[in-house]
Design a protein around this ligand. Structure first.
Ligand SMILES: Cc1cc2nc3c(=O)[nH]c(=O)nc-3n(C[C@H](O)[C@H](O)[C@H](O)COP(=O)(O)OP(=O)(O)OC[C@H]3O[C@@H](n4cnc5c(N)ncnc54)[C@H](O)[C@@H]3O)c2cc1C
Ligand code: SF4
Length: 547
């Protein structure tokens, strides 16, 4: 039976955009179904027909948030969810998490795929040399580079001083950034910052033919770049896929996948004017790329609710990880200006310990000043709670009028125990639709978090700052992560995973997963480049097999 498409790709983040691009380049007829909107800066040239665009949110009344329970009403930029001991932040829109990310693009540590006693294993085919050519493709497509020497922020310098102050200067390194720089630009972090787009900004076509400007360090990365200096997926992989015929349908929330003769039927709700309008399309191949939470939720519903894919592995939902993300605010007498310049610029690397010892690195963090200004204006309990999360309990410690300028948000990622479990559960009142639930317990991950906190304190003390461990951690062992990983783990067998090393679902030919859900365990560094490299590999094997 003829299918509507060769491949339907669900989600347009680092997994979906990459696979869509590579398949359409090879002539596959590709459809991308994306639950979120198409976003962009004012003035960006129009997207293909049928893709109306929303400007990046900026004002209090703008569509900031995504509500997973009522996306037909609230389908904004950030999807922020709270589970008992863990909150998860994700992007929603064409380009997925790249829309909101801090542009950091790095490889997994050299030992990141080695077997470690007590931790889930990667399939034997996945290792650093195997991923090397795919990492390189991502570097080329996303134009990864490091911060030019004349553009170090106060936080970059503090990172460098901290490593030197504890006698380990060699552990300080600049990170790979998916950003276009003007190497001739030099900055004075003490000088007042003009956040408006500079009138002289030059826009030049990138390798995919899309016009981009260069970074002027306005610090707004996580809420969208006003000159398109960030190399987000909607500026490279996705337009390249579209040039090769791929269709993108924003505001299409996929609800089910059902096998049929010669392929699958994918059902979705179109989110329009406060309504959900059901529809479906068919394809020979389906690639689930809705992210760790999105892909796992969809497949759990297909296995346990609609029972359209009853043979999915019992391992589905297991090995979930927060990627060891931790954040400690430190207060300094002088200005640190976390809203000045790129969100993250550098690392102090501790991924070289003995096998089984805590493996992690420390990063400089930042946040857009605009966000602080906006949240300041908000009233009410929920807004205060959000403020406390985002500004790291700073409200309790105000000693300066411009307290946020004195905060160094120390970030970190580490290899945690990766033992979280995702399930579908009804809310406490026992009726209504079952929702995703994440059970996450810190016990087995304590050593890596303790090591991170120790370093955050040492670096602060050594450089004249005062680290304030968040109350949410001290009293509740609650964390927030922007790096959810796992749920549809890659594995050698169906007994310990959901898909094989090529991303194909055990028991379902031509049904693939390609996104952060694939990770059987944390890698302890920002994951986007590894997700994209794994997706490059999924696409290559699929094409080579003649699927
Ligand atoms: C604030 C923030 C900063 C970050 N900074 C960095 C960084 O600097 N470097 C880094 O490496 N990582 C960073 N990350 C993490 C990074 O964004 C994610 O790891 C990455 O985007 C995950 O890629 P993915 O393909 O697995 O999923 P995503 O990129 O999340 O893509 C999944 C897509 O599927 C869509 N979707 C979900 N469910 C459905 C459905 N049912 N139907 C249709 N579409 C659906 C979603 O809207 C989304 O577009 C950051 C994350 C956040 C929140
Ligand atoms: S700092 Fe500003 S100009 Fe530079 S990439 Fe981020 S948002 Fe764009």
């Amino acid at each position: 039976m003829a299918q509507d498409y060769d491949a339907i790709i669900i989600g347009s983040g680092f997994g979906g955009a990459v696979t869509a691009c590579r398949l359409s380049e090879k002539g596959y007829k590709v459809l991308i179904l994306e639950r979120g909107r198409r976003w962009g800066r004012p003035g960006r040239p129009p997207d293909p027909p049928g893709n109306p665009r929303t400007n990046y949110p900026r004002e209090p009344g703008d569509p900031w948030l995504w509500d997973d329970n009522a996306p037909e009403f609230l389908n904004g930029w950030f999807d922020l969810r709270f589970y008992p001991t863990m909150a998860v932040a994700q992007g929603a829109g064409v380009g997925g998490g790249s829309l909101v990310y801090a542009n950091v693009s790095v490889e997994a540590p050299r030992n990141g795929f080695d077997p470690v006693p007590g931790l889930p294993s990667w399939p034997r085919e996945i290792n650093h040399p195997e991923l090397a050519p795919y990492y390189e493709k991502v570097v080329q497509t996303m134009n990864i580079q490091t911060l030019p020497a004349g553009q170090f922020t106060a936080r970059t310098r503090l990172m460098q001083r901290s490593a030197a102050a504890v006698g380990q200067p060699e552990r300080f390194k600049l990170v790979g950034l998916a950003v276009n720089f003007d190497p001739k630009l030099t900055i004075d972090p003490e000088a007042p910052l003009d956040r408006r787009p500079q009138p002289g900004t030059v826009f030049q076509p990138n390798a995919q033919g899309v016009d981009q400007g260069t970074c002027y360090l306005c610090g707004l990365c996580d809420i969208g770049c006003q000159v398109d200096a960030r190399n987000t997926l909607d500026l490279n992989y996705i337009p390249w896929a579209e040039k090769h015929g791929a269709q993108v349908r924003p505001l299409h929330l996929v609800t089910n996948i059902e096998p049929m003769a010669g392929g699958y039927r994918v059902s979705y709700d179109v989110l329009k004017g406060g309504r959900r309008i059901p529809g479906s399309q068919t394809a020979r191949i389906v690639i689930v790329s809705a992210g760790s939470l999105g892909s796992t939720t969809l497949l759990l519903r297909c296995r346990d609710e609609t029972r359209s894919l009853p043979g999915l592995s019992p391992h589905l939902g297991k090995n979930w990880s927060s990627n060891g993300d931790f954040l400690t605010p430190a207060f300094y007498p002088g200005h640190i200006s976390p809203g000045y310049g790129l969100t993250i610029t550098s690392i102090i690397d501790y991924h070289d310990g003995a096998p089984g010892s805590p493996s992690y690195w420390i990063q400089d963090g930042g946040f857009p000043d605009l966000m602080a200004t906006y949240l300041d204006k908000m009233k009410g309990k929920q807004a205060k709670a959000l403020y406390a999360w985002l500004l790291f309990d700073a409200l309790r410690k105000i000693q300066h009028d411009d307290v946020e300028q004195h905060v160094m948000p120390w970030f970190a990622q580490g290899v945690d125990a990766s033992d979280g479990v995702m399930t579908l559960r009804r809310p406490w009142y026992f009726f209504g639709r079952r929702r995703l639930h994440i059970s996450w317990d810190v016990t087995r991950s304590r050593p890596v978090f303790d090591a991170i906190i120790d370093k955050h304190k040492r670096f602060s003390e050594a450089t004249g700052g005062r680290a304030e461990i968040p109350a949410s951690w001290t009293f509740g062992k609650n964390l927030i992560t922007p790096h959810p990983l796992g749920g549809c783990a890659m594995a050698d067998t169906v007994a310990n995973g959901v898909v094989d090393h090529a991303g194909e679902v055990f028991g379902y030919k031509n049904l693939y997963v390609a996104d952060g859900a694939l990770f059987p365990r944390a890698i302890g560094v920002n994951p986007s480049r590894t997700i994209a490299a794994l997706a490059e590999r999924v696409a290559k094997i699929l094409i080579d097999r003649g699927r």
